[in-house]
Design a protein around this ligand. Structure first.
Ligand SMILES: Nc1ncnc2c1ncn2[C@@H]1O[C@H](COP(=O)(O)OP(=O)(O)OP(=O)(O)O)[C@@H](O)[C@H]1O
Ligand SMILES: [Mg+2]
Length: 210
């Protein structure tokens, strides 16, 4: 590694297939749908509904879920600001790989820092892959009332430190492609809203397989 963090002695090895060829073979296009919001805002629930909806249309989607990823790839990371940034950096890279492989990547991470989400977007921009930021928005009071995992209760009791919305910040997206108020719409409506956006923008057109 050089002093500025750039790896040394490695050279990018191009493949023999263009993205277009890969997308043609898959019969679909790659895209990352990035869900961000408070704990219990509904990210994982909506991600599951959307994945199912896409699969019913014959489109392969794959979920990268915050909690699940911490069981494996990111099991060495905690919730300090540095670890949260590294958590999101890795998922930005992994979702890009899925999108590059012509899969609809659906990520559901609190991803509380705007700068980290913007970095994930930049990774996609640089690879010429679409990135759709979805603000899964529920007022703190609503999220806290839902509290499906009992985390807010623990955070209020001081048993969890650095808990987003209580003792750690959440920076809401300034310009998300999609804004969903989950206290005002159902899970199905939220999934449909994302699906309609993707359809309108031509991001999930099924292609003729060759
Ligand atoms: N309109 C809605 N959209 C999504 N979830 C809803 C909605 N209304 C109620 N809920 C409920 O809110 C809860 C959301 O929990 P979920 O685990 O999806 O949140 P999350 O954003 O993934 O949280 P975390 O960041 O802790 O993983 C679920 O119990 C879900 O059933
Ligand atoms: Mg979740």
């Amino acid at each position: 590694m050089s002093p500025n963090g750039t790896p040394t002695n490695i050279t990018w090895h191009d493949g023999n297939l263009s993205r277009d060829e890969r997308e043609s073979a898959a019969g679909q296009k790659g895209v990352t749908i990035w869900l961000t919001g408070l704990s219990a805002s509904g990210k994982s629930t909506i991600a599951c509904a959307l994945e199912q909806h896409l699969l019913h249309q014959g489109i392969i989607a794959y979920r990268l879920d915050g909690d699940n990823i911490r069981f494996g790839l990111n099991k060495n990371l905690g919730f300090s600001p540095e670890d949260r940034t590294e958590n999101i950096r890795r998922i930005g890279e992994v979702s890009k790989l899925f999108a590059d492989a012509a899969i609809v990547a659906i990520t559901s991470f609190i991803s509380p820092y705007r700068e980290d989400r913007d970095s994930a977007r930049k990774v996609h921009d640089a690879a010429n892959l679409p990135f759709v930021e979805v603000y899964v928005d529920a007022p703190l009071e609503v999220a806290e009332q839902r509290d499906p995992k009992g985390l807010y209760k623990k955070a209020r009791a001081g048993q969890i430190k650095d808990f987003t919305g209580i003792s750690a910040p959440y920076e809401a997206p300034a310009n998300p492609e999609i804004h969903i108020r989950t206290d005002q719409s159902s899970v199905e409506e939220a999934a449909q809203q994302i699906f309609d956006y993707l359809s309108e923008k031509g991001l999930i057109v099924r292609r003729q397989k060759n």
